[in-house]
Design a protein around this ligand. Structure first.
Ligand code: LLP
Length: 426
């Protein structure tokens, strides 16, 4: 929990200023308690609404490091990985390969071999070339790969263009409208080294409305019925992807995730009955909604530059290298000065990062307490797609991740050093 105690911002009871004193700035700070609570919401919903006949997967693109895989595994979740790097990290952390789903629209031969050899439970096939390659590779290894298909259900969710993936114009998956999805399943059902287990869709990200999820579930079930009737192929598993929204700024009010799950389950059950299908095994893949609100980033204010009648730049010791989301998507955040957290937020700031790049901003028109050099500036809800999207632009080392566990801070990812930065330089 993030709250202000005696004028100081605290995460699960630990003062942010104590954390930054011990571990330095900038740093990511995450609440293990919040992550676990979020995992349980999804896990319990699968128990409640599907009698346990399903599995939530943590979409680890939101935040991938060894400790996070250990935490979600201990909560009984599976995980979705999208690259050899995420897969390697999960396996090194001891994640049960049977509970790993491997996504991606351009998996390499090397990655597919790695997945087959390590016994990854599901490979979510994106395209026909991948299907044929996978069948060949599985055959060469004497294995049968369980597969699902990434399907574009043609459902559009209202969110930022860059993260909209359900419509036909998407680089991900195969389309329903033009028969592509039907054809690929027909082909797969005739192959020897793959087993068609599931159908998958992901309609977008940072979605607040449950209607598109319900519509996608309906469209997918209708497709599964068609495949059953016309190809005699029974798809036993329906993966509805992730995308549940979180609160970044005031006015964004996500519903309780249990409520999404309940509503979608009603559609899944009634549609299955109407179509004469058994209720499928249900998989969901939340990423942002598990880790997003569990994290903050703490920076040091380096300078405050007021340009009369234009704006005030508040420069911090981090920026787009640790959080590229404003630069990429104009994503909004809230911030505060941790050591003045009980003072009014009456100062309008453009929070600027340290890179040689005018677009290196964390936000514009952000209301914070009056800042001075040396203050600790905190940006909220940075637990998802910040650490995982960080870069070394300008050779800025990546930040450490401090996890608060049972009221105590511990490092789960070390701060990069300059030695790390030149590690692969010859
Ligand atoms: N499953 C699939 C197949 C996905 O493509 C994604 C996200 C998820 C699950 C998890 O979605 P979530 O629950 O986290 O919304 N970098 C962007 C987000 C890209 C999301 C891509 N896919 C951002 O910073 O907003």
């Amino acid at each position: 929990m993030i709250e202000t105690v005696n004028g100081n911002l605290c995460v699960d009871g630990v003062k942010v200023s104590d954390i930054t004193e011990e571990f330095g700035t900038p740093c990511y700070i995450m609440s293990e308690k919040t992550i676990r609570e979020n995992c349980r919401k999804y896990k319990n919903a699968i128990e409640k609404y599907y009698g346990g006949n399903g599995l939530p997967l943590f979409a680890s693109k939101a935040f991938s490091c060894m400790e996070i895989y250990r935490i979600v595994a201990s909560e009984g979740l599976g995980t979705d990985v999208v690259s050899g790097g995420e897969l390697y990290t999960a396996l090194k952390a001891g994640f049960d390969p049977k509970k790993i789903y491997f996504h991606g629209n351009a998996k390499t031969e090397k990655e597919l071999i790695m997945a087959i050899e390590s016994g990854v439970g599901h490979i979510v096939v994106d395209n026909i070339e991948e299907l044929m390659l996978l069948d060949r590779l599985a055959g060469e290894k004497g294995k049968i790969a369980n597969i699902s298909f990434r399907i574009k259900p043609g459902v559009e969710a209202h969110t930022h263009d860059f993260v909209k993936t359900g419509q036909i114009d998407s680089k991900f998956g195969v389309a329903l409208e033009n028969g592509e999805a039907f054809e690929i399943i027909k082909t797969a059902s005739e192959l020897k080294n793959v087993k068609v287990v599931g159908a998958h869709c992901h309609i977008g990200s940072q979605i607040f409305d449950e209607d598109p999820f319900m519509l996608a579930a309906k469209v997918m079930l209708e497709f599964m019925a068609k495949v059953k009737n016309e190809l005699s192929v029974e798809i036993k598993e329906l993966n509805l992807g992730g995308g549940f929204g979180i609160r970044y700024v005031e006015g964004q009010n996500p519903k309780d995730y249990d409520e999404y799950m309940r509503k979608v389950s009603e559609t899944v059950k009634s549609e299955s009955a109407a179509l004469g299908l058994e209720v499928p095994y249900i998989v969901v893949e939340p990423g942002r909604s598990i880790v997003g609100a569990a994290g903050i980033t703490a920076y040091k204010v380096m300078s405050v530059k007021t340009i009369e009648n234009i704006r005030t730049y508040v420069a911090i010791d981090g920026g787009m290298t640790d959080n590229p989301r404003y630069a990429l998507y104009k994503s909004e955040y809230e911030a505060c000065i941790a050591n003045k957290a009980d003072k009014p937020k009456d100062f309008k700031a453009t929070v600027a990062g340290r890179c040689c790049e005018s677009g290196d901003l964390i936000g514009e028109n952000m209301m914070i307490q009056k800042p001075e050099a040396g203050d600790i500036l905190v940006v909220f809800a940075t637990g998802a797609y910040n650490y995982s999207m960080a870069s070394n632009y300008n050779r800025v080392p990546r930040l450490p991740v401090v996890m608060i566990t049972d009221g105590k801070p511990r490092i789960i990812v070390k701060r990069e050093t300059y030695e790390d930065i030149i590690r692969n330089d010859i």
